[in-house]
Unconditional design. Structure first.
Length: 247
């Protein structure tokens, strides 16, 4: 009996050690993320054209002038600080579009895929909603749109593609990637093209890459772009504005 109890205790210790190792590994993984740079952080401030509310869950850019009834909900890329996309959000707000960046738990959209629910609930003044996301954030933004087609009128994929079939979705879509993106490849877009909504516009920015959709420095595994981060973002914003204006 003593031998059996000792064996059970030893087995329990092994299980606990495995759990501790797994938890430690997860903590290490999520603590190593891409931080917003100084340009991104400087953009999180109100101007004459829009106000910024930076809470624990959302960064909300609300136009003060020429405000439209269209709102954009943005899901950040995996392990990228939400603030990294503040420049893009500020430009959209400057053009009249309420834009909310979601702060994902552990900087992973997987753990906050339905956080758009709260955004929509908190903004009854918005009657047209567009989901947007970068990289893995775009995947979960697309999934949310597919599951909420009665609420979402558009999806913007930045270096991203659907994982869930959206071919018969009722919303329109815009897909933008850089020609030098080494993380979301042209072959990835092509292989998943049949999953995009039928009404999708595909754009490739010549000389653009993966990480220059945000302001968080260099991303491991990607190529450097042959255009500046500012030029890639400017082109991206112009394409997005055309898409939003045509909804």
């Amino acid at each position: 009996m003593t031998w059996i109890n000792s064996k059970k205790k030893f087995g329990l210790i092994i299980v606990l050690v495995i759990i501790l190792i797994a938890v430690a590994g997860f903590v290490y993984y999520v603590s190593d993320y891409y931080h917003a740079d100084s340009t991104a952080l400087a953009a999180i401030q109100s101007t004459d054209n829009y106000s910024v509310n930076n809470s624990s869950d959302f960064i909300t850019f609300t136009p003060a002038k020429n405000k439209t009834s269209t709102g954009v909900i943005f899901y950040p890329g995996a392990k990228v600080q939400a603030e990294s996309y503040s420049v893009l959000a500020s430009e959209l707000a400057d053009n009249g579009y309420t834009t909310i960046i979601i702060k994902m738990p552990f900087n992973l959209a997987f753990f906050g895929s339905n956080k758009a629910d709260e955004v929509i609930k908190n903004h009854p003044e918005i009657d047209t909603w567009v989901m947007a996301g970068h990289s893995l954030g775009g995947v979960f933004a697309s999934d949310y749109a597919v599951n909420h087609q009665d609420q979402i009128q558009g999806v913007i994929y930045l270096a991203a593609y659907p994982s869930k079939d959206a071919a018969n979705a009722t919303f329109s879509a815009l897909s933008i990637r850089g020609s030098l993106d080494n993380l979301t490849l042209e072959e990835d877009i092509a292989a998943n093209k049949n999953k995009f909504p039928e009404n999708t516009t595909f754009i490739t920015i010549s000389g653009g890459n993966h990480f220059n959709f945000g302001y968080y420095g260099f991303q491991e595994g990607d190529n450097n772009g042959t255009i500046t981060r500012e030029e890639q973002l400017n082109q991206t914003i112009q394409y997005i504005l055309v898409f939003l204006n045509n909804l």
